[in-house]
Design a protein around this ligand. Structure first.
Ligand SMILES: *Cc1c(COP(=O)(O)O)cnc(C)c1O
Length: 434
């Protein structure tokens, strides 16, 4: 088992150590919740003041052009793209993950609907329409995981109910079950790359290849992948992707999300939120919608510039390292945390939920415990901020940009004392004291 001294020495040798200075972290806090809300880049305060005082205050409406506001969703998308294995002009930063998922799923279903091929055909009579809508049902299934983040499932439910074309959601209970669940009936496979609760990482390339072999398209949610692990959207052959910027990308609370469309789908990309920002010529003020030919068509309405501008501050730090360096430290930190927990808290029937295999692990460690909620509260009181997820999971996110090895050692030290001395209040539950 590593000692605290060993951890301090790892920190002295850590090539990512200088990046911690990019963040403003409160004294006395070990922050293991950067997977939920990333820490604040120091530059965010400076940038916010600049945007508000100069760009908004002085520049006023001129700033849409002079300060680059109009192109901000695209320019940020281009800066984010390398972290996702995507190219320039393929990503925009806009809206929320939920809304972007709605657009991506709608676009994928639209591409898959065979009736689309007939819709432009002349002289379509009612019989052909009926036939084509029946053939639509051949691919009527959307595959996902029951344990997916709820909003993803809610969005799929909402969209398909609204479409009212007989789509069904086929939910699997384990990643292994995906292979049999994906068959010729499936239109779209909609998955989260790293599970928010367990931290389990799916093999994007393998699942995508299997989906494609069955004729299905894939929509990947990268909420817990972007900035956490290397992602290779192009190399894995994915079709669509969405994700957050306020988690590992440190964009700030509620900072806009992103959406990526594979270049091969750009021409057929279409979604129902056809607002004027996605129009081919927004300032022509035409009565009819014509989609922009580029990823700009994924935009809907006027962008939240102040929040959007903060995303840049989060991305800057990534430009001073590589995702493989981030990944290497992330695995070292999570390995260390798991090892220390086993050595020091082994007597307390904690159960590791996150896979040990590196190939299946995101940048978090989840541990099940009967009094998980109470222990998380006790940890937070002592400055170790992790979080609780139903039904009994303590969840700890590891952000290599600002976490030190010694933080991991200290966090486990606090945890061991809480468990050994039983200084948590078992009557505390998520709903309040029972
Ligand atoms: C965090 C998270 C979201 C959040 O969606 P919002 O629309 O930003 O609230 C969505 N999906 C997954 C998988 C997440 O982890």
């Amino acid at each position: 088992m590593l000692s605290r001294e060993d951890c301090l020495s790892l920190d002295r040798k850590d090539p990512l150590a200088p990046l911690r200075c990019d963040f403003d972290l409160p004294e006395g806090v070990i922050y293991l919740d950067g997977n939920s809300l990333g820490a604040r880049p120091v530059s965010a305060l400076v940038r916010a003041q600049e945007v508000i005082e100069q760009e908004w205050g002085t520049g006023l409406i001129r700033s849409w052009n002079t300060a680059g506001w109009f192109d901000l969703p695209l320019s940020l998308g281009d800066r984010l793209a390398p972290l996702l294995g995507a190219g320039p002009g393929e990503v925009v930063v806009t809206d929320t993950t939920s809304v972007n998922l709605f657009k991506a799923l709608a676009a994928a279903l639209h591409i898959q609907a065979p009736s689309r091929a007939c819709s432009d055909a002349p002289h379509v009579d009612e019989t052909t329409l009926a036939a084509s809508s029946q053939s639509t049902l051949r691919r009527h299934v959307i595959v996902s995981e029951r344990d997916n983040f709820p909003t993803d499932l809610y969005i799929a439910e909402g969209l398909t109910r609204w479409l009212d074309q007989g789509y069904t959601l086929r939910l699997v209970d384990s990643p292994e079950a995906l292979l049999t669940a994906i068959d010729q009936e499936v239109a779209v496979v909609m998955l989260t790359h790293v599970n928010y609760r367990t931290g389990r990482l799916l093999d994007m390339a393998a699942v995508t290849a299997h989906a494609h072999a069955c004729g299905a398209l894939t929509v990947w949610d990268l909420a817990h992948s972007a900035g956490a692990i290397p992602v290779d959207l192009a190399g894995s052959g994915a079709d669509f992707a969405v994700g957050c910027t306020y988690k590992y990308l440190n964009g700030g609370p509620g900072s806009p999300a992103f959406i990526w469309v594979a270049p091969r789908h750009m021409q057929s990309f279409s979604h129902p939120l056809s607002g004027w920002w996605g129009h081919a010529s927004p300032f022509s003020m035409e009565p009819g919608f014509r989609p922009h030919a580029t990823i700009r068509s994924a935009l809907c309405g006027t962008q939240p510039i102040v929040s959007l501008a903060m995303v840049e501050c989060g991305l800057e730090t990534f430009e001073r390292t590589t995702m493989s360096a981030v990944r290497e430290k992330s695995l070292a930190l999570t390995d260390l945390f798991i090892g220390l927990l086993e050595a020091r808290c082994g007597a307390h029937s904690l159960k590791l939920v996150t896979p040990r295999e590196h190939a299946q692990r995101g940048s978090q460690v989840s541990v099940a415990f009967a009094h998980a909620y109470a222990v998380v509260q006790a940890l937070i009181e002592q400055g170790v901020i992790g979080d609780y997820r139903e039904p009994n999971v303590m969840r700890f996110g590891f952000t290599p940009l600002y976490l030190r090895y010694v933080d991991v050692w200290d966090a486990v030290d606090v945890m061991a004392r809480i468990l050994d001395q039983h200084t948590y209040d078992e009557s505390l539950t998520p709903g309040g004291v029972t």
